[in-house]
Write a protein that binds this ligand. Structure first.
Ligand SMILES: [Zn+2]
Length: 64
């Protein structure tokens, strides 16, 4: 069975931003949104580990 691709809209994390992170797995998608957050929004490693943010990422991730 093929895994469903994952996607996450940056907007769903509270940014006014049209970026959509994608990946074949949660881990790939997460790496994509982390990189985007650091480059586009100045996120720090500390911010990316925030439990509230991680809850929001989990809740906002879509399978397609
Ligand atoms: Zn963004």
């Amino acid at each position: 069975m093929k895994n469903m691709a994952k996607s996450l809209a940056c907007r769903d994390l509270g940014s006014n931003c049209d970026y959509i992170a994608r990946g074949e797995t949660i881990e790939e998608m997460r790496a994509d949104i982390d990189k985007h957050g650091i480059e586009a929004h100045g996120f720090t490693d500390e911010m990316l580990k925030d439990p509230e943010l991680n809850k929001l990422i989990k809740a906002s991730t879509k399978s397609e």
